[in-house]
Ligand binder design. Structure first.
Ligand code: 3PG
Length: 306
């Protein structure tokens, strides 16, 4: 059995070591393709793999076609907008993700950006505190729930909007349920995005929502840059000198923002949310175990495609 880990943004070595142990115990071979620059390298490496582990690496129809022996691909992480699920289904390849495994790391990054922004980039000027401020979570999945716990610790008032989550979960996390998305934005100084990028959500955070935010609005995006309507983003930057945008990673229009609105944004250079040793270990090991479990018992608990 050959397992390929293909990561253009590699896992921490300590995580790779632990993943290797999981496969060694089973007698599976592990191949690594790290830091690759071109998809052609992935097409070659995947040719004889029975299982594939990726992060945000693109797994499109040509990758699936090149992987003649592939039976399972696991996205070590939450968002699977990089995987062509239809192509997987057509070739009878099982696709999975590892939800929740890197959620704490992403939530911590959101707060790191918020604190850095609130203290003016540690440049000596008087800043503000998080305590007593309002936090709105757009989406209430694993990352948002970690956000809720941390925000509570900071003494923030937390509400969330997510029509797919039961009332019990909101109560468990002591988070006020917002019945409308507009209400979430008008009642939260800080709004943090936690929805997947799909046909429904892409470009869905637009001018109407953003312009309704209270004074000193801060939008935090550790989800996907595509969920923002960038025309609206540029307009709100222009109309509202109090508006700030903290994003992992930069929007396509970042050069227009960087030149004009210094001090009002943070854009990470690479997607940093899951870049901790702990997140790499958790997501990587979960992916490895899911593969072993699938081959040994047929367990499809985290299957994404039909
Ligand atoms: C995820 O969807 O799990 C996060 O965005 C992390 O992505 P990454 O593994 O590419 O850093």
């Amino acid at each position: 059995m050959k397992i390929l880990i293909a990561t253009s943004k590699p896992f921490a070595p300590v995580a790779v070591e632990q993943i290797r142990k999981v496969f060694e115990t089973e007698g599976y071979d592990l191949a690594l393709l790290e830091n690759y620059q071109d998809t052609s390298e992935l097409l070659t490496a995947v040719a004889d793999a029975d299982a594939l582990i990726v992060r945000s690496d693109l797994v499109n129809a040509s990758v699936i076609d090149a992987a003649k022996q592939l039976r399972i691909v696991v996205r070590a992480g939450a968002g699977y907008d990089n995987i062509d699920l239809n192509a997987c289904s057509e070739r009878k390849v099982v696709a999975m993700n590892t939800p929740g495994q890197n959620a704490n790391a992403v939530a911590e990054l959101a707060f790191e950006m918020m604190l850095y922004q609130a203290r003016g980039g540690f440049a000596g000027k008087t800043g503000t505190e998080l305590r007593g401020k309002t936090m709105g979570l757009h989406g209430f999945g694993n990352v948002a729930r970690c956000m809720a716990r941390i925000a509570e610790g900071f003494g923030m008032t937390v509400s969330a909007y997510d029509p797919f989550i039961s009332d019990e979960v909101f109560s468990e996390y002591n988070v006020k349920k917002c019945e409308s998305i507009e209400k979430l934005y008008t009642s939260s100084q800080y709004v943090s995005l936690h929805m997947p990028a799909n046909e429904k959500t892409k470009g869905s955070v637009g001018y109407n929502l953003l312009s309704g935010m209270p004074e000193d609005a801060v939008l935090i995006n550790t989800a996907r840059k595509e969920v923002i309507n960038e025309e609206a983003l540029l307009k709100i930057f222009e109309d509202r000198p109090d508006f700030k945008y903290l994003s992992d990673v930069a929007p396509d229009c970042s050069s227009q923002i960087a030149g004009k609105y210094p001090g009002r944004f943070i854009f990470t250079l690479k997607k940093m949310g899951a870049q901790t040793e702990e997140a790499n270990i958790n997501a990587g090991i979960a992916a490895a175990r899911q593969i072993v479990d699938y081959f040994k018992t047929g367990n499809e608990q985290f299957r994404l495609n039909k």
